[in-house]
Ligand binder design. Sequence first.
Ligand SMILES: [Zn+2]
Length: 272
Amino acid sequence: MVQKNIFIDKYKEIPYFACPHCNTWRLEFLKSDIIEKESWLNQNLRDNSSWEFDEFLMKFILIANCQNRDCWENAVISWEKFPERNYKPSFDSEDWEERFKNWINYINENYYKIKYIFPAPFIITIPIEIYDLYKDRACWPKCEIVENLIKSFELFWIDEHSCANKMRIIIELIMDYEWIPKESKNKKGENYRLSLGDRINRYKENNEEQSERLLAIKWIWNDWSHSSCKLHKEELLEVYEILESILEKVFSKKEERINKKVSEINKNKWIS
Ligand SMILES: [Zn+2]
């Protein structure tokens, strides 16, 4: 399940992300581990600006450590700490002067924006059936699917559009895994490359539910690639959620494993 409240645009406090190595413990740190520094550029602006400029824009860097003693992975987290001016207007008052006074009362609250985490925490669960193969570098195209997923988790922070592109590659790889051809022949007998939409339509013949989900991702991707609109993290998280369900259906044998265990218990009336 995608934890939508963890992967956001700005943080009042940097959270403890799940460790991307053992995937069970968290990457923790002390507040004093965060190194912050204001740039000379910003300092210069503050010193020499003709208008009132009092914003301390800082860069920060932090190394967070997994608390699992069998793991001990650490991750670098960094980018900016910036103040946001939050006004505290009170519109309850009948008195206009009182309202104005409240309007100019503000507080600067500091936020962290993360643009880099390496290694990046997993945004969705990768089925163990393909993750274990990836660790052994054992099988195409499953390993490439995991590799692109991990890359997409890194790009999620750096560049949303590049992250979305990785998801498109993952869908093509799922089509490869399902033996959906990349090419077809036209009436003249010449080969032509099938579009991703064509491949998903062919997949639909035997996998109606999954192909509908894949198609939904493709439409969202088309919309992104043809517009100059900024792609938001919340939109990416929606797509990740659909992708997670597809990966689970295509690769995970979890249902099979549970059903097998249940029938064993029912047969033996005990856990063997
Ligand atoms: Zn760990």
